[in-house]
Design a protein around this ligand. Structure first.
Ligand code: ATP
Length: 220
């Protein structure tokens, strides 16, 4: 079932971007921050915005934490506040708490005290930008596990007009093209005879080594 009721606690750069994106997608979003100016700025952009200190148990109780499908603790720099807020939310019966961590150790603490998911936006964005700088054809990569990923790779001009069979990534590298995103629409599970063209984006699944070999040997 799709989640629709969200609360985002801490409306800094990460929290506000997350909250605004959810709101744009039609979700109900409550934003919480202890900075009045920030709350006023966000008030008409989200479903609700309230000023509250996330380490104050009564204030959290008042927002009715059980009513949300997901609560995101987007406080970072104030590690103590991020930890207290996460503990209190779980104690008050929050269904699913996503907490932002600034470091590996911070993340380990958040997991131990009950965060259902820990995210590392700075670390992950650093990795993503580095990957794109080293391999310009690599538009995005999502890690499925330590070894497996799904990658989006752009088709360079010189491969325009090739078929999937010409590239044959499954046979040559062990990874599979699961979709091609074209201007005209997305082709799911493309056939061997399907054509790729400049500007298309191939979605590839495989081990990190397989994707890297395909990217280096075929697209570079
Ligand atoms: P970002 O990088 O997303 O801007 P950050 O990691 O630097 O954020 P902070 O500056 O600590 O994190 O906090 C982000 C937001 O959370 C700020 O808008 C801040 O006002 C708010 N905030 C911090 N502590 C609390 C708290 N105890 N209760 C409610 N809001 C808080």
């Amino acid at each position: 079932m799709k989640h629709n009721q969200f609360a985002v606690i801490g409306l800094g750069r990460f929290g506000s971007s997350l909250a605004l994106t959810l709101a744009k997608q039609g979700c109900h979003v409550l934003g919480v921050d202890d900075n009045e100016e920030i709350v006023n700025d966000m008030a008409n952009k989200l479903t609700h915005a309230v000023m509250a200190n996330a380490t104050d148990e009564e204030a959290l109780r008042a927002i009715g934490v059980r009513n949300f499908d997901v609560i995101v603790v987007a406080i970072g720099t104030d590690i103590e506040a991020s930890i207290f807020a996460t503990i209190l939310l779980k104690e008050l019966g929050a269904k699913y708490v996503v907490a932002k961590a600034l470091s590996e150790l911070h993340g380990r603490v958040l997991s131990k005290i009950g965060a259902d998911k820990v995210v590392y936006p700075e670390r992950d964005m650093g990795t993503r930008v580095a990957n794109q700088l080293v391999s310009p054809n690599l538009l995005d990569i999502i890690e499925l596990s330590k070894d497996y990923s799904v990658a989006e790779l752009s088709v360079p001009p010189r491969l325009s007009g090739y078929t999937i069979k010409d590239l044959d990534p499954r046979k040559k590298y062990g990874c599979s093209i699961v979709a091609i995103n074209k201007k005209s629409g997305v082709v799911i599970a493309p056939q061997a005879t399907d054509l790729i063209n400049e500007g298309d984006i191939m979605v590839i699944i495989g081990t990190n080594d397989q994707i890297e070999s395909f990217e280096k040997e075929v697209l570079d």
